[in-house]
Design a protein around this ligand. Structure first.
Ligand code: TPP
Ligand code: MG
Length: 567
């Protein structure tokens, strides 16, 4: 046992105090041997951090990720060395590549035991290196405070992202000077220290926009992350420009806004909305990587179209398209600067006819959707599910959509009445099994909102164990399963791209309602579409966790808003 100096905390206590100093209120995680001093510090010290015990470190990271997305605060997860560290990785990389501030703390074997085969030894620094913006195992207690601050600075500034800190058990026991416990207050939320654009780049962007014939703005996640919704709306309205979003960019404008075209790209886009991007002579990408899904494998927009790209991360700009005007800046500050530039230029005589274009495209898009949504066929069509949920959910509901049927269907057709963060999908890696646990983080971050997780039956199998956490905390989340007993997205790929050679994609039907019920989740199974509306209403209004198992049309047979199964 280390002898403590009088003005010293031990490393574990210092970690708790530093988290507290950075405004952390919730930590999601799972215990382990090497974490014991840290847990003991959480037990003994007086603080306002709530630890949420999970059933799997992967789920802890997904919870922290969704918590960060709905609160704008740093999400924190933790797990033990070895297996805990390897299990936590999927959530860390998802957050990092989705520009979400997430701190992953993993305890570690003692520094002094390295190389002598202590149980769970692993090179954790190497493990997390490609997944994080900041990463390090704290090899000496004196370095602990500064490394925590570095992690928070990296997560919250510039392009936000994930950090990993390894916390060896001997460092948890070693003394740390109390006077070194302090935090930079701006790092509680992200983006911190947002960067304003170079005025020359704004002038060039404003000139290029007013000179265009058919400009379209395509928003990635950057607008909502930066809180730039109102500034975007002002630009869109004053010039009457079409605004489209990526899957991650949903909420940049309200879905009911007349300039909002909706989601474009191969997952959630439809031919009529793609045609509008294809007709553009100028595309303004904002907070968007212009990756394969958004651009339909870099075909929409076509090469040669004039591009303005606004992003806080210069690495995203001109990665795929030669760019005419690059604006390296926070999306909110960039749009505020554009508004000022347009004020000075005077734009009263400019009208790009965006609302008319959007109205015409949406009429075509929703005509087909509305027909299918009214169908009383069984198995139940995904369109019917989206339409019924849209009817029963309150306007501030948060939807979390997994890959498979949920992501394209909710992206294309669910209408969120407000701008802001009301839709979440794990689009960086699209790993199955995100929404069930992400819903826990979202519900804890927004305790007064209705949170709904929509998943395929494949995703259900990945993280079903987390229902224990849900019922232990009695979170009033509604889970919806598209039960089609198939990895439908992949079967659709085999159908369209491999001449219907179906191979190893079908599986047994699970009684998801019975499984969830056994955890204590109030559950229903729905086979008849005419029952769906009233069951969903009951589920959504119940004051505890609920699940609705929908026997649904397999994705490969549906009229999915997907143009490329191999994204
Ligand atoms: C962890 C992980 N493994 C594999 C995949 C590849 N994948 C993408 S969609 C999909 C099928 C999804 O099946 P399900 O959840 O049942 O939804 P459905 O497509 O049937 O609606 C798979 C396997 C993935 N996204 N994530
Ligand atoms: Mg399925």
């Amino acid at each position: 046992m280390t002898q403590m100096q009088s003005n010293a905390l031990n490393g574990a206590e210092a970690m708790v105090r530093l988290l507290q100093a950075h405004g952390v209120k919730h930590v999601f995680g799972l215990c382990g041997d090497t974490s014991l001093p840290f847990y003991d510090a959480l037990y003994r010290l007086d603080h306002d951090i709530q630890h949420i015990l999970t059933c799997d470190e992967r789920c802890a990271a997904y919870m922290a990720d969704a918590y960060a997305r709905v609160t704008g605060r740093v999400g924190v997860c933790e797990g033990p060395s070895g297996g805990g560290a390897t299990y936590i990785l999927p959530g860390v990389v998802e957050a990092n590549e989705s520009s979400v501030a997430l701190l992953s703390i993993t305890s570690d074997v003692s520094v002094t035991s390295l190389g002598r085969y202590p149980l769970t030894e692993l090179d954790q620094t190497a493990l997390f290196r490609p997944l994080t913006k900041y990463n390090g195992v704290i090899d000496h207690a004196d370095r602990l405070p500064n490394m925590v601050r570095q992690a928070f600075r990296a997560m919250t500034t510039g392009r936000p992202g994930a950090a990993h800190l390894g916390l060896p058990i001997d460092v948890q026991r070693a003394p740390v000077d109390e006077t070194d416990i302090w935090a930079q207050p701006e790092f509680e939320t992200f983006p911190a220290w947002p960067s304003a654009p170079d005025p020359k780049s704004i002038e060039a962007a404003a000139n290029a926009i007013v000179a265009a014939r058919n400009p379209v703005i395509v928003c990635g996640g950057g607008i909502v992350l930066a809180g730039g919704e109102l500034a975007l709306q002002a630009v869109a309205e004053r010039l009457n420009i079409v605004v489209a979003t990526t899957v991650s960019g949903q909420g940049s404008l309200s879905d009911s806004h007349a300039n909002h075209l909706g989601v474009v790209g191969s997952n959630g886009g439809v031919p009529t909305t793609r045609a509008i991007v294809d007709a553009a002579d100028l595309v303004v990408f904002v907070g968007c990587r212009a990756g394969s899904v958004t651009t339909e494998r870099w075909r929409s927009p076509a090469r040669g179209v004039k591009i303005i790209h606004i992003d806080s991360d210069p690495m995203a700009i001109s990665a795929s398209y030669q760019t005419d005007v690059a604006v390296v800046a926070d999306a909110r500050l960039a749009f505020e600067a554009l508004n000022t530039a347009f004020d000075e230029m005077g734009t009263d005589d400019i009208d790009f006819g965006g609302t008319e274009t959007v109205a015409a495209a949406k009429k075509i898009k929703f005509a087909t959707f509305d027909d299918l949504a009214a169908s009383n066929d069984s198995p139940i069509k995904p369109e019917r599910v989206v339409a019924e949920l849209n009817r029963v959910l309150p306007s501030d509901a948060v939807i979390i959509a997994d890959p498979g049927t949920p992501c394209p269907y909710f992206s294309a057709y669910y209408k969120t009445p407000h701008a802001g963060r009301y839709f979440i999908s794990n689009r960086a890696h699209g790993a199955l099994g995100y929404s069930l646990s992400a819903a826990v983080g979202a519900q804890i971050g927004r305790p007064n909102s209705k949170v709904v997780a929509v998943m395929g039956d494949g995703s259900f199998g990945f993280t079903v164990g987390e229902f224990e956490t849900v019922t232990r905390l009695n979170l009033p989340i509604t889970f919806l399963v598209f039960s089609n007993s198939v990895f439908g997205w992949i079967k659709a790929g085999q159908k369209t791209g491999f001449n219907e050679r179906y191979y190893s994609v079908d599986f047994n039907r699970t009684d998801h309602a019975a499984v969830a019920q056994s955890f204590g989740v109030k559950s229903w199974r729905v086979e008849d579409p005419t029952d769906l509306g009233q069951v969903l209403k009951q589920a959504v209004e119940h004051d505890g966790p609920t699940l609705v198992d929908v026997i649904s049309q397999p994705l490969q047979d549906a009229n999915a808003p997907v143009s490329e199964w191999i994204a």
